[in-house]
Structures are given as structure tokens and as C-alpha cells.
Design a protein around this ligand. Structure first.
Ligand SMILES: [Zn+2]
Length: 312
């Protein structure tokens, strides 16, 4: 998982809060990495022999040290090994503390609550450790400043850092894929890379054309995802509108990734019209919750074409 480095810094902020693990569900609760493990590792969740296990039941003490024991319904296959080793290295940093009740907090924020802003500060303070730059840091950093939900910001962030597990990245990590599995499942034509899947693929372009019509922006076709992010944001005339466009962009990227996974893992196909409706509804909800622009705008007004022309 591209989340490995995320996992490392999350755990550093969380580890002291780990109790005996008896009230925390291993797969269901967000006890590591900011989201439930069943969300980060859906395939492994399905493979688990005990999806209901608590953290405390997922290992045992052996001569004073904690040993994780995850049981699977069958043998782990070659293509699942990457995920297993990511999961293992994330949880290897945790061990339950006997006699202490579970009660985790995000220690970075003053009130103990996890916030995107505090996560961003951690990333910022550790940026020098990152060696692979695909877009300038400050540009990518804007991802954390939009009101998009954390999970979608994480997807966009990974994408912009070229850390999403698209086929090309899987191959770079030594995961062997059959030739037919490397082809973009949207168009069945080209190799699946981040820039292809989200930006240059004909199917992705079809979606972006609709999104642009909705937002009321006009721009040239970008050649890469980093360029796309940049160009799309800059169609906003002021900071507020730019932030709104960034939120929409993140929402789209997150949904494209979600649909891509549903297509591959569940064989579900989605229709462009439904996709557009869903993204309009979701982003309307996000805006109502986190308020970038006028939150009293009704859904009809929000979802009509030329959205940004109605914003001051
Ligand atoms: Zn394609």
C-alpha cells in the first residue's frame, strides 16, 4: 500500500494511547492509520479468518513481547503479499498494554482530536524525508487545506505523489501482473498509470468535460495529473473559489479511484451521468458541512451548470 509511510507517522502520534486492545476491533475501528484497516486493506479483510476480532485477540504475549497473529482463510497469494507486508509493518509498531483501557487520541492536536491540519503539519515537518517528488510540495500540500474528507484527500495526495497503487506502481514494487491486468480497465487500451487513469484516459476526459461544464470552466487538456490539479485549481478567480475547485477535483479523483476498484474487484460498471450526479451530491454535502462558499445554496443551484459564475 502507498499508505506505508503514512502509517509510520500516524503510529508515532498514536502509540502511547494504546491500551489492552480489548475494546477495539482490529478491522472495524480506526485504531491505526486514521481509518479502519478494513478500508485500507479491503482484500485482506475479506481474507481474514476472524473479522470480528479485537486488537487484543489478534496476537499474543510471548516472553514479554507481543506477537501478532493474523489468520487467513487460505494461503496468501503472490499478488496479496505486498498488502500483507504493508499491514504487518504498520501494526508491528503497536503492542497492547495490559491493564490499561483502550483510549486512543491523536496526540498532535492540542485537543487530542485528529485533524487534517495537524496531519498536514506532521507531513510538512517531515517533508525532507520524502525523496520522490512528482509535483512541488507546496502544490500538493494544498490538498490538505480543502474541506474534502480525509480519505479523499489521502487518495489525491497519494496520486499527486505518484504513490497510488496503479498498475505501473505495482510493477515497480515488484508485484507481478499478467499483461491483461496492466491495461486500464476504463478504456481497455493503454497501460494504467496515475496520469492515464485520472487525466488522459478517454473515459476520464469524458468525465472531466462534464465536470468542467458543470463548474463553468474552460481549460486546455492537461498532459499529466499534477498539471491537471494545477490548471483546474487556477480556474478559480479568488482563493475561495480555487479551494472549492480543489475540493471538487479531489472528490472526482477519489471517486474515479473508487469506481476503478469497484470495476476491478467487484466487476461493477458505472455510468458517466451517475458519476456526475454523485460527485455533485457529495461535494454539495461537503460544502454544507465544512462551508467553503455560501452554504445556503440549494442543491438545484449547486448542481446547475456554470457553478463558479454564481459565486462571488
Ligand atoms: Zn484508460
Amino acid at each position: 500500500m502507498g499508505g506505508m509511510d503514512l502509517g509510520r507517522w500516524y503510529f508515532e502520534k498514536l502509540k502511547r494511547k494504546l491500551g489492552d486492545g480489548n475494546q477495539t476491533k482490529f478491522w472495524d475501528h480506526a485504531w491505526v492509520g486514521g481509518e479502519p484497516l478494513k478500508v485500507s486493506f479491503p482484500r485482506l479483510y475479506h481474507l481474514s479468518n476472524n473479522r470480528e476480532a479485537t486488537v487484543g485477540e489478534s496476537g499474543r504475549w510471548e516472553g514479554g513481547s507481543w506477537v501478532w497473529e493474523l489468520k487467513w482463510r487460505r494461503d496468501i497469494r503472490e499478488r496479496e503479499r505486498e498488502a500483507v507486508s504493508s499491514l504487518t509493518s504498520i501494526i508491528a509498531n503497536f503492542c497492547p498494554s495490559a491493564g490499561i483501557k483502550d483510549g486512543w487520541e491523536w496526540t498532535e492536536a492540542a485537543d487530542g482530536k485528529y485533524t487534517t491540519k495537524s496531519a498536514y503539519d506532521v507531513i510538512k515537518s517531515r517533508r525532507n524525508e520524502n525523496t520522490h517528488h512528482t509535483a512541488d510540495n507546496w502544490r500538493v500540500a494544498a490538498v490538505w487545506k480543502t474541506p474534502a474528507p480525509h480519505k479523499s484527500a489521502v487518495t489525491a495526495w497519494r496520486l499527486l505523489r505518484n504513490r497510488l497503487l496503479t498498475c505501473d506502481n505495482l510493477r515497480k514494487r515488484g508485484v507481478l501482473l499478467r499483461e491483461e491486468d496492466q491495461v486500464c480497465q476504463q478504456c481497455n487500451d493503454q497501460e494504467e498509470t496515475g496520469s492515464h487513469l485520472f487525466t488522459t484516459c478517454a473515459k476520464a476526459q469524458e468525465i472531466w468535460d462534464e465536470i468542467q461544464k458543470w463548474c463553468g470552466i474552460n481549460m486546455a487538456r492537461p498532459a499529466s495529473t499534477a498539471m491537471h490539479w494545477e490548471m483546474f485549481s487556477h480556474c478559480g478567480k479568488n482563493k475561495k473559489v480555487r479551494r472549492l475547485l480543489q475540493m471538487i477535483w479531489i472528490g472526482c479523483v477519489w471517486m474515479l479511484w473508487k469506481k476503478r476498484n469497484e470495476r476491478i474487484f467487484e466487476g461493477k460498471e458505472s455510468v458517466v451521468g451517475d458519476f456526475i450526479q454523485e460527485i455533485k451530491a457529495r461535494t454539495w454535502g461537503w460544502n454544507r458541512t465544512f462551508g467553503v462558499v455560501d452554504i445556503d445554496m440549494n442543491f438545484v443551484s449547486w448542481s446547475s451548470n456554470d457553478l463558479i459564475s454564481r459565486l462571488v
